[in-house]
Design a protein around this ligand. Structure first.
Ligand SMILES: [Zn+2]
Length: 201
């Protein structure tokens, strides 16, 4: 079976062999990147997903920040921040924060583990195709980094009025941001289907 690959920069169609090359390939006309070198290790991807799951648990179980002012203190968690927005009447914003910083990252990590763990033992998870398609739909909605940036700006401004103590969750959220980025780049669609094909062979 001969497949075609289209250059994202200049639309030139290239004929690729029966299996996509494991090397990095570039466009013959404009030199744009056609394919990354997708020969990553599935164990490394699973390890990253497990680390992301642990960091995600820390990010949600511990307070994000503690604010001390005039002798009284308050601490909030990630879910508490979303609930606080909801209670203040910002329903849309609250659901956006909940979906992009809690639900979407959780779904990404768990669905990847659901797909990769059986694949490692040369088996396919039930509904593999549907779950992977769902995963590619969820990915653009993970905004942990946007949340981190917003939280940092707010904390710097708040620091002028109260004592702000960064919580465990803030640090794990920052680490989660990097782990999720690494996980996304290591489990691209090209890479995922290459693993599936390798297991079938
Ligand atoms: Zn091109």
């Amino acid at each position: 079976m001969s497949a075609l690959i289209v250059c994202p920069s200049c639309d030139l169609a290239h004929c690729i062999g029966a299996a996509p090359s494991k090397e990095r390939t570039v466009c013959a006309r404009c030199g744009g990147l056609l394919q990354r070198a997708e020969n990553g290790n599935i164990d490394a991807a699973i390890a990253l997903a497990v680390s992301a799951l642990v960091l995600f648990a820390f990010s949600n179980a511990y307070p994000l920040v503690a604010i001390q002012s005039n002798g009284s203190g308050r601490a909030t968690t990630l879910l508490g921040a979303a609930l606080g927005l909801y209670r203040q009447g910002h329903t849309l914003l609250a659901s956006l924060v909940f979906f992009t910083t809690i639900a979407a990252p959780f779904l990404q990590i768990t669905s990847l583990l659901y797909l990769l763990l059986p694949l490692r033992r040369r088996r396919e998870a039930p509904g593999q195709r549907i779950v992977f398609r769902l995963l590619t739909r969820i990915r653009p909605w993970i905004f942990v980094e946007v949340f981190m940036l917003g939280a940092l700006v707010a904390l710097v401004r708040l620091a002028a009025f109260a004592r702000v103590v960064p919580g465990v969750a803030l640090w794990s959220c920052a680490l989660l941001m990097f782990t999720l980025t690494a996980l996304t780049s290591r489990t691209s669609p090209g890479q995922f289907w290459r693993w599936v094909e390798d297991r079938r062979a």
